[in-house]
Design a protein. Structure first.
Length: 158
């Protein structure tokens, strides 16, 4: 009986650890060119769920898209950009915000590292905190060739 219980406890423990990690971390795949040269299309990213208070200017963040972010092509996948301003900080000069020079609470400004290929806060304004999914911990690899479904929809594992 002991020989059956020990492996069963190991399996239960492993499943519990996976569940906890899954709630704290997720994977995202870069689908476009807005973060080149830092990130390339097909890069897989380890993302830690976070709130605005956990972030620093310069972090690469993942946000869930809203209708303002769609642009000419609808998107259903994540938006991956660099955080350039936090609440209480100055509004970047190229980000439209008519209500003052300081970001209000619950808002952030995001820019792509490749401005020519990036649709970001310069186009859709400030992003609300509720859209924040997490902060990129590190790239964990690259797909040999981004698949068309991922490229079109922006792969997002939650």
């Amino acid at each position: 009986m002991q020989s059956v219980i020990t492996p069963l406890l190991v399996v239960i423990g492993a499943v519990a650890v996976l569940v906890v990690l899954r709630r704290r971390y997720l994977m995202a795949t870069v689908a476009g060119h807005s973060m080149v040269p830092t990130l390339q299309p097909g890069d897989r990213l380890l993302v830690r769920r976070a709130s605005l208070r956990d972030l620093s200017v310069g972090d690469i963040v993942v946000v869930a898209p809203d209708t303002r972010m769609a642009g000419p092509r609808p998107r259903s996948g994540p938006v991956i950009k660099r955080l350039v301003a936090l609440p209480g900080g100055p509004v970047p000069a190229d980000v439209p915000y008519p209500d003052g020079d300081v970001l209000p609470e619950g808002r952030m400004a995001l820019l792509g590292d490749n401005p020519a290929a990036s649709r970001d806060s310069r186009h859709y304004g400030l992003v609300v905190e509720d859209r924040l999914v997490g902060v990129v911990v590190r790239p964990v690899g690259r797909r040999a060739e981004p698949d068309p479904l991922t490229q079109a929809q922006g792969h997002f594992e939650v």
